[in-house]
Design a protein around this ligand. Structure first.
Ligand code: AVJ
Length: 330
């Protein structure tokens, strides 16, 4: 389904392609995840409207260095990215409801032909598409509401410029390394020959920096994690006692990942409709992994996916990295 979302006349196309992302059924995923021997809830359910708003607040926290560090790197390397991309590029952002990072590149690119943000968060995406459309009337904005981890068809964009994928935020860190390879390989294929992809990747570092970034003093990250339980209560009539669960984030240096759990503070039974779930005191629900890579480690992942890692930029403290990956030449 395609909607016209801006009334005002505009020289370039502004489109919203709604492919109704199918996240799977929350009830089914929740019951399945909580009745397994090791309890878990898939992290894709974190991002309803409230979860997305909480994540925006995380990005502003003093402890959460990735967002501001990546913005700094992008500002510094944007001219080089523009040089490599050449004129008339079409930028395809994976995610992209928060277009502040994309704007940095769009401002630097030479006459970009189109901006194609792909996101599952329908209302957020609509709002940011309208805002960007008003700000850049000459730019074709072809928004796609879809799950970018699933097969999808990209809208036709004009021009013979480069197809430039953009995947910032170290969102790739939510995938297990083998899944990250499969995911990047699918995108290398979708972008086709002669394309490139800019990927933001958080770097391995001391637990003393990493752990507070995922367990902030104001408790915003805890709220974000517990939003899974809030959602279950609101949408499924579950009876999670929010005070009886605690947010835990710990860095597993051997695997290079932050592991996030919700820990039951007492022995308790929670009901999700007709299903009763027993928790022991101290039992945990795994909600998220956030993988960190070394620069070379991530380049290895990119190579295994069929990309050629051709450039990388970091901040002076080596907190975060931005990679330029190329597909094979046509
Ligand atoms: C959206 C996956 C990049 O791992 O840093 C932040 C998610 N979770 N704080 C991250 C997250 C808790 C975030 N990513």
């Amino acid at each position: 389904m395609m909607l016209d979302i801006l009334e005002a006349p505009r020289p370039a196309r502004l489109e919203f392609h709604d492919h109704s992302p199918d996240l799977g059924d929350f009830r089914e995923a929740l019951v399945h995840g909580l009745t397994a021997r090791k309890k878990s809830i898939p992290c894709r359910f974190l991002y309803d409207a409230r979860g997305s708003a909480l994540f925006d607040r995380i990005c502003e926290l003093p402890e959460y260095y990735p967002t501001r560090t990546e913005l700094g790197i992008l500002r510094a390397c944007a001219p080089e990215i523009a040089e490599r991309a050449g004129p008339g590029a079409q930028m395809i952002e994976l995610g992209g409801v928060n277009s502040s990072k994309a704007r940095i590149l769009l401002d630097a690119l030479e006459e970009p032909a189109a901006y194609i943000p792909i996101d599952i968060s329908r209302e957020h995406l609509k709002a940011s598409t309208v805002a960007l459309g008003a700000e850049k009337p000459e730019l074709e904005v072809l928004a796609v509401c879809a799950d970018y981890t699933r097969p999808l068809t990209l809208p036709d964009a004009p021009g013979g410029g480069m197809r430039l994928g953009f995947f910032p935020g170290s969102t790739i860190g939510n995938l297990q390394p083998d899944e990250a390879i499969g995911f990047l390989a699918a995108w290398a294929d979708r972008l086709g020959p002669g394309a490139a992809m800019v990927v933001g990747v958080d770097l391995r570092k001391d637990a003393a920096i990493l752990e507070p970034a995922y367990d902030d003093a104001q408790g915003v990250t805890a709220e974000f994690s517990k939003n899974l339980l809030v959602r279950a209560n609101r949408e499924l009539g579950a009876d999670f006692d929010l005070a009886a669960f605690a947010h835990r984030a710990r860095y597993d240096a051997a695997h290079g990942r932050i592991e996030i759990h919700l820990e039951s503070l007492k022995r308790q039974t929670v009901r999700i409709g007709k299903v009763a779930v027993l928790f022991d005191e101290g039992e945990r629900i795994h909600t998220e992994d956030s993988y960190k890579y070394s620069v070379d480690g991530f380049r290895g992942i990119a190579r295994a996916a069929g990309f050629r890692p051709a450039a990388v930029w970091t901040d002076p403290q080596q907190l975060f990295s931005v990679h330029w990956l190329e597909t094979a030449q046509a």
